[in-house]
Design a protein around this ligand. Structure first.
Ligand SMILES: *Cc1c(COP(=O)(O)O)cnc(C)c1O
Length: 234
């Protein structure tokens, strides 16, 4: 498991180098380690190496890990497709949801967030380039959804998230992130107190940081290849 520590250190160095290169303050980009498809032992190894934020895409897969690592002071972020029958578990067990893309799901999370917990941090997922993928709202629909979500008492709207079409071309990567960053600035100018841009994965974190990412979501570069296909039932 020392390879997880080595890979974590390498990712931390990539983040620090990108912050320096693109005039971002040192330490302004948080690392969310995406542990979907990884066993709890891998999460424990990353936690032992100082990693605190973890991302999961499938509720059924995540709950036993959250249970196994309770008391370790970890913060769990849900980054997968939202299904209404999972809103209860997500609202109770996660600190963040990055993949909000409709008001109905937001209202369900708001209803299920326990009164004794702090508000659930949420990001709206944006489908930057109108590609075929079904998740995410079109950029032009972001302001209206953001206003509506910001009005829900048990949610705290933190910002926007995106998963662009995979590309190895730096300027193509930047283009998609730039579209989302532009909407983020627009929402802030309209008075929404957004502080989070969740964008950048293993292959494109530099382009995301260049365009203003504040959280990068990194799976394979931290944990290596996913050992088993993630459980497809969310
Ligand atoms: C799997 C996943 C990641 C991590 O992807 P890697 O390419 O392994 O870094 C990030 N964000 C989301 C939403 C994911 O589903």
């Amino acid at each position: 498991m020392s390879d997880i520590k080595d890979r974590l250190d390498a990712v931390r160095r990539r983040i620090a180098a990108a912050e320096a290169q693109y005039d971002r303050p040192a330490g302004s980009v948080a690392l969310l380690a995406v542990s979907k498809g990884q066993p709890a032992t891998a999460v424990a190894a990353a936690a032992a190496a100082g990693q605190r934020l973890f991302g999961e895409s499938y509720v059924q897969e995540a709950l036993p890990k959250i249970e196994a690592l309770a008391g370790e002071g970890l913060e769990w972020h849900f980054i997968g497709r939202l299904q209404s029958n999972k809103a209860k578990f997500i609202g109770r067990r996660f600190a963040w949801v990055h993949s909000l893309d409709n008001l109905k799901a937001a209202e369900a999370l708001d209803r299920h967030r326990p009164a004794g917990s702090p508000p659930l941090n949420v990001c709206i997922q944006v489908n930057a380039c109108g590609e075929r993928q079904k998740s995410g709202v079109a950029p032009e629909r972001v302001p209206a959804l953001a206003e509506a979500v910001a009005g829900l008492a048990r949610l705290r709207l933190r910002g926007l998230m995106t998963i662009p079409v995979p590309s190895d071309d730096f300027s193509e990567q930047r283009h998609a992130f730039g579209i989302v960053a532009e909407r983020w600035r627009q929402c802030r100018a309209a008075g929404l107190a957004l502080d989070t841009l969740s964008m950048g994965m293993s292959r494109d974190l530099e382009a995301a940081i260049c365009e203003g990412a504040t959280i990068v979501r990194i799976g394979t570069a931290v944990f290596g290849p996913r050992p088993r296909a993630p459980n497809r039932t969310p």
